[in-house]
Every structure is written in C-alpha cells, then in structure tokens.
Design a protein around this ligand. Sequence first.
Ligand SMILES: [Zn+2]
Ligand SMILES: [Zn+2]
Length: 345
Amino acid sequence: MEAMSVPVSGRMIDRRRFLQYTTGAVALVAMPWSTPALGWAAGFSTPHFEFKPINDTITAVFGEGGNCLVAKYRTPTAGLKPYGLLIDCKLSHLGYTLRREIEDQCQVRLTHVINTHHHPDHAGGNHAFNSDLHLIGHQAIKPRIEDNYNLYVEAGRRSAEAGDPPADLAEEYQRYAKWADDATVDDFLPDQLMEDNELELTLGDLKVVLRHEGAGHTDNDVYVHFPQHNVIHTGDLLFYKLHPYFDPPGGSNSVGWQTSVKAVITHCDSETVVIPGHGEITAKDGLQDQADYFDAIRNLVTAARAEGKSRAAITQMKLPGYEAYGFGQVLPRALGAVWEELAKG
Ligand SMILES: [Zn+2]
Ligand SMILES: [Zn+2]
C-alpha cells in the first residue's frame, strides 16, 4: 500500500528496433483510433476535447484517444485554485493541447498523473506532463513504454505533420514536432511504479485507490476508484458498447480480462459512475456487458472450432447479439486472439 518511488533510467532505441515495431512486431498502428474515421490521422477537424463534469470534483475528458478524468483536490494551504489529478494523457501530439485545455477548463493546478496502461492513446501524451508532475503507473508499464515510446513519438509526428492543423493548434503541433526530434524514453516513464496490486493515495481532501487485477487488456492495467464520489475510471478494461481491442503481445487475454472486469464490479453499487477507456459514461451494467462479451466470444469461437472452421474463417465471423457495437474493425483481431487462447488449451 505504501507509495514507492523507483528511479528510472532512459535509453534510446536504435533504428533497427524501431523498424521492427513499425513493421508489425508490435501492432499498435492497427488500433481503431489510428484510423481517419476515428480522428487520429490526417484531416480531423475537431481536435478539441469534450469536458463532461460528473460532479464538482470530477470531470471526464472525451475525444482523440482514451477517455481521461480530472479530479480536483484541496489542501488547507492550497489557496483558491484547487490542485488536480489526471488519469491518462491521450495521444502524443495532443499532449500540450490536452494540458492547456484541462488547466483552462477545469481551473486546476495539476500535480499528479496516473496511467491506466501503456497504449499510446493513454500514455502518448505523458511527455507534456512528465517534466514537472508526478506520474504513476503499474510496474509492468515500464518495459512496455521502453519498447514502444518511439512508436508513440513517430505516430504523433505523422499525425501532427499530416494536413493543415486547426489554426489554434498549429503552434502546439510545431512545438511537438520540434520536441519529438530529441524525445527520450524518460519523457514518458512514470516516476512512481506500483508494485502491489493496490495503492491508496490521499491528496489533500481526495482519496484515490488504484488497483491491478493481473493481465487483462494489457499486463499493466490499472483502474482507479474514487470512493468518496462513487466514481471509477476503468482504463481499457471497459470498451463500452464497442468491440474491445486485443493486444496479446501486450498481455491481453480474455480470461484475465473478464476476471479483472468482475473485480471492478465488486466495487460498484447501483449508483456508481463508470468511466470506460472508450465509449460513453456508464454504470455497473456496462461492466457486466463487458464481462458477458467474453463469454459470448469464447462460446462462438469454441463452437466454430468444434465445427472444424479454420482460424481464417473464424476471424471473419460476426458475433451474434453485438451487431450494434462500434469498433467493428477490431472484431477479427479479438476473434483471432480468442482462437489462439483456445488453441493453446
Ligand atoms: Zn485505449
Ligand atoms: Zn488500451
């Protein structure tokens, strides 16, 4: 439970290793939010984030990557302007914009950032917060960021340089492109790594509980509970009304993921506000939908294998009952990942 600071050391990855990442050894480029239709690549016209207050303390921040959360806290000596905790930092090229808009819209002085996991739509923007704030992640996030940060930088650079940026963001895009030339892994790494499965923080008048339930969506998933407010940010343990993105090399597995989701449910009651990694704000029922999804997809793939269907044929199947779900382009990936889990036995 005790917070523990761990020194970090930086290293650059060489060009050969970077090319391995970009040629498919790590398939982050195939994530749904990297497609133009979802607004990461060239041509998006509404790069500003959407702020959705949950109450006087907590605000969810939507748009351009994983959903973020800002929580205010006060100390006896804080003065009029509260301090703030941020969960997740969105995509790398939008980090500066995210920070500016949070500080403007929420009127907070940010002090702490939590990463729910290493994916670039959650940790890519870390660089814009890391120099002067306290960043926290699960200990397993460190090797993942070390292996992937150059991909975050380059994908962000491609997005920042593609097309004409919105006029009010042009300066931040230029600042990003200039910074990216000299980026190092230290710019992304948390300075506090969670070694136990639970970490409680008390920040002024705010209580925050971080929990890790083992590998689920990735091997470094953290979900964050605000018990005074009955609010939970799930990270990507929950894709609400969306097909979930499977990243087996990053630790995804349907059994662990379902176990993690069921553990989150144990902290919910009928009033809990649940902010998913992707999708709209939901409640305990949204988490139950996610838990049920894994039964549905495993049952489908189990039956198809019993019928003798090939892996290739199975990855082209639809999932009955989930036709209305978004992120349909990642369903083949989910079916393939579950096929591999079942093939391993
Ligand atoms: Zn995500
Ligand atoms: Zn993710």
